[in-house]
Design a protein around this ligand. Sequence first.
Ligand SMILES: Cc1cc2nc3c(=O)[nH]c(=O)nc-3n(C[C@H](O)[C@H](O)[C@H](O)COP(=O)(O)O)c2cc1C
Length: 362
Amino acid sequence: MQIDQINNLSFWSKLKKPFIGLSPMDGVTDHPYRYIQKKYGQPDVVYTEFATVEGFCRGVTTPLKDFIFDESQRPIIAQIYGRTSQFFRETAIVICQLGFDGVDLNMGCPAKSVANGGSGAALINTPKLAQKIIKATQAGVQDWINGKTVNDCENITSKIAQEVKKRHLKLSQTYQQHRSIPVSVKTRVGFDSKIIEQWLPTLLETNPVAIAIHGRTLRQGYGGKADWETIGKAVEIAKNTSTLIIGNGDIASKTQALEKVAQYGIDGVLIGRASFGNPWVFNDNFSQEKITIQQKAQVALEHAWLHEKTFGKNEKYSFLPMRKHLGWYIRGFDQAKEVRQKLVMTNNSQEVKEILTQYKLL
Ligand SMILES: Cc1cc2nc3c(=O)[nH]c(=O)nc-3n(C[C@H](O)[C@H](O)[C@H](O)COP(=O)(O)O)c2cc1C
């Protein structure tokens, strides 16, 4: 199947423009987070946390946790990172078999643990490898369309393969088919300096369905401001291609996202940090003031409960990753600090409920 055909058939071509999605965030956008964001904010598209193909193809099972989702989250994209093209190819087959709607390649992570090994944003400095990785992922999708499965992936352990097959059987008929899914990229405007004029054409040559661009360089990390002028330049560069350009960086509301769309002609926007404790950021009539603290407390409790339900049976289960979310929900009223101090000591949803009840937030 031609890449163009895959892209045209994909959910991206059916999304109403401009679309606003939930940006992938490691340690944040897990299954409970995405579920809550979809339920209360309805972002048009969501991504998983990034998952390592190097680890996955060496038997590390963490990506299986990252890849948990339910039907309410569609369209959902699995994001992966790494530097070994064969691993991308095999992981793409697995992602297809798990029923995802798309696969996204992280070429933007600045973390030393990722970029120092040549993955994430470091790929901006190795454009030939970046292209090889995109093509290998597209080939993995093609393998799936042609009938290959996790059983044909020589680097995937039998333990992982067994779990993939189990999840696959729980999908509806539609998602069990060997259907095509599109490959997209999420990146930054450069490594040390902004080099979108060289970097973007390199990516475009491989025909990804969409490129999400965070308007910072790797060197900037999360400092300074996202440069939307450069994102605007990217729109110009991609003008005569079918690749969608998605802007990202420092967007705090839907209104702001739509302003950027009007100003720079992007097809969509991804919102990351502004969604912390605030799924309503995606809503049409977003107004932080309209959401009462009681509503937020209710959602915080639901989130805590879902965290327990999703991960509670895991061998290395911990409530710790949930605590930061509780702090993000409980803000903006007189006793907020006091309540937060108690919530960050909790170990289960029952304790959360007791504290929220004690402060008459439930
Ligand atoms: C805690 C955290 C984790 C992140 N993890 C990822 C990730 O796994 N994959 C990715 O492509 N970007 C990741 N990012 C970057 C965000 O997706 C986004 O590009 C960035 O935060 C800028 O958008 P924002 O200003 O709307 O937050 C992460 C950002 C944060 C704050």
